[in-house]
Design a protein around this ligand. Structure first.
Ligand code: AMP
Ligand code: MG
Length: 340
């Protein structure tokens, strides 16, 4: 009897210890930032860490927004207005990384597309199809190589404007991963409006399962990807688009060299890598490149994986994610594993 009582007490004490230890405690963080809804589950962190991550995400939202103009914190808005600004270390770092990726993708990613984004109405939601003459006026303002970065000072020619929309959520994931590491988190799953940070792995050594949206119904998943310690970003034509007077669908991903929304048979590009700016930036860039160039870009880099869905119902996978991807019941995309 006494033995039984003792062992019960021991079990009770272990459970109590576990409950008191923040390592066993799940914390949820929800916020609206970067024009989207973010939700994170964090393990092994205290409430202070959660609030530090929240503050950082809000700070990035303020700094990188192209529309918020409440004060000095709105760095990109102010830069776009004034043409030159000495920005924070964090914004300078993102500028450096994004410019390098623009160059490496041969301008498929171009952080100066904002004049075009505005003209098509993707900011105001007053959508319209610009005339050829109007596009010809705007295209000379676009070109990442026009951005000068000298220390932390960014300088733009008259009329050129920066839009970090294609990389901001990935950068937010990188910054959050940095904090989670520094503050000793055990695991976390961050959903930053579709850009997912899978930090560590699930309890019991299992990988995180990340849903791949169904382009026809973005509330549903056409498949899942198992992964650990990765940042997973998706660019989809279904995310933001409008139907023109001509009955055609125009999506928010623009071809920086023609100024026109990309329409190349790709429905979505998901990129999996260790770096959020890379995942997010490449999801946009490979969408712009189209399938053939995307495959060639992969073969010449190989430091990331992709899942590309096309309108002819195929799902293209790199070998690195072929085994980790499961198609959901009821979907019949033909799986094509890209050659090494
Ligand atoms: P994402 O959803 O990551 O593909 O980012 C798309 C957003 O980035 C758009 O809503 C635009 O604000 C901006 N954008 C569109 N086309 C491009 C492009 N080719 N390069 C860089 N940013 C772009
Ligand atoms: Mg992107």
């Amino acid at each position: 009897m006494m033995k039984k009582l003792l062992s019960l007490l021991c079990v009770g004490a272990t459970v109590l210890l576990a409950a008191c230890n923040p390592q066993f405690d799940k914390k949820t963080l929800r916020l609206e930032a970067m024009d989207t809804f973010m939700q994170c589950e964090l393990y092994g962190v205290d409430a202070l860490t959660v609030s530090e991550i929240r503050t950082n995400l809000q700070g990035l939202d303020e700094a990188l927004s192209v529309t918020q103009h409440d004060g000095a914190a709105n760095e990109i808005y102010n830069l776009n207005q004034s043409g030159s600004l000495t920005v924070s270390d964090s914004t300078a770092e993102l500028t450096r990384q994004a410019l390098a990726l623009c160059a490496d993708t041969d301008g498929a990613l171009d952080i100066t597309v904002l004049p075009l984004v505005e003209e098509w109405g993707f900011l105001s939601k007053n959508y319209h199809i610009p005339s050829k003459e109007r596009l010809a006026q705007l295209l000379p303002l676009v070109g990442y190589d026009k951005v000068q970065l000298d220390g932390n000072t960014v300088t733009l020619p008259q009329g050129t404007k920066i839009d970090f929309g294609a990389v901001a959520k990935g950068y937010a994931a990188d910054v959050s991963f940095g904090l989670l590491k520094k503050l000793g988190a055990t695991r976390a799953i961050l959903n930053l409006g579709g850009t997912v940070g899978a930090f560590g792995e699930k309890e019991g050594g299992k990988p995180w399962r990340v849903g791949i949206a169904d382009p026809d119904n973005s509330a549903a998943y056409m498949g899942w990807l198992d992964c650990r310690d990765k940042i997973i970003a998706t660019s989809g034509s279904y995310e933001r688009y409008f139907e023109g007077d001509d009955g055609k669908i125009y999506s928010h991903i623009l071809h920086p060299q023609t100024g026109v929304p990309v329409d190349n048979g790709i429905l979505s590009v998901t990129i999996v890598s260790d770096n959020g700016v890379r995942s997010d930036g490449l999801s946009t860039a490979l969408f712009v490149m189209g399938l053939e160039k995307a495959e060639a870009y992969y073969r010449s880099h190989r430091d990331f994986d992709y899942i590309i869905l096309t309108a002819d119902k195929k799902v293209y996978l790199t070998p690195g994610v072929a085994a980790a991807f499961t198609q959901a019941n009821g979907y019949d995309y033909e799986v094509v594993v890209s050659s090494q």
